[in-house]
Design a protein around this ligand. Sequence first.
Ligand code: SF4
Ligand code: SF4
Length: 242
Amino acid sequence: MTDPNTQQPSHASLTDNTPLAQALRSYGLFVIGCLTPDNAADLTLPSMRNGKTPEALILIANAGPIFWDRFQAEHRNETDPMDGWTRRILEPIAETFGMEALFPFDGPPFLPFHSWGYAARAFYPSPNIPAIHPVFGSWFGLRAAFLSPQPHPYPHEHSADENPCDSCSTHSCFDACLSNALSREGYDIKSCLAHVAGDDDGFCLANGCRARRACPVGQDYIYSPEQAEFHMRGFLTMLDRL
Ligand code: SF4
Ligand code: SF4
């Protein structure tokens, strides 16, 4: 599918015209998936503040350059500028629609955002940690989940039918990683962090993960070097927590 406006590969998430999608669009944000009491499988949806079970848990993500451009223009000089900016944008939007916003950066304990996305078939597990989407590849970010007391009108529209890794013939991600961090045996975060922090030639830090960049899926959505470095520097702060 191609977006008629940008001619880039598109997805139902980007052509969604619900009022919620329209409120998110100018920030480069969109609904990437929806979990309902029906498709939540063995996951328990978090309760709303009034103690009731939501009718939908709507996952909000970013992909494409608009999100980064807005963040650059609007963020404040604070400890976690992206978290702060995201909260300031999304809490009022959730409130407008009678929903409640949850964020992946609130914790510990942290909420299982990726498990929710896998259950909703919004994206899939991938060697390119932590997830892959058929259109965006691994070049998207989960920003929030909205708990809704009303059902989402198209809860399954955003679902992806297949994990692209299942039919991948190149597995170019494995070959691209120059450390032992990524292999068919799995992902070793300590090796990855050590490589990015010191042993690397600076490529992963300045441009984003080599393995992600080598993946053929989502090439139109690769982050700019500035955005990639911002996220990689955030990732490096995990060195202190391991
Ligand atoms: S290169 Fe292939 S196996 Fe690796 S993340 Fe991309 S689609 Fe999946
Ligand atoms: S960031 Fe660099 S070291 Fe870490 S998995 Fe990606 S390519 Fe490998």
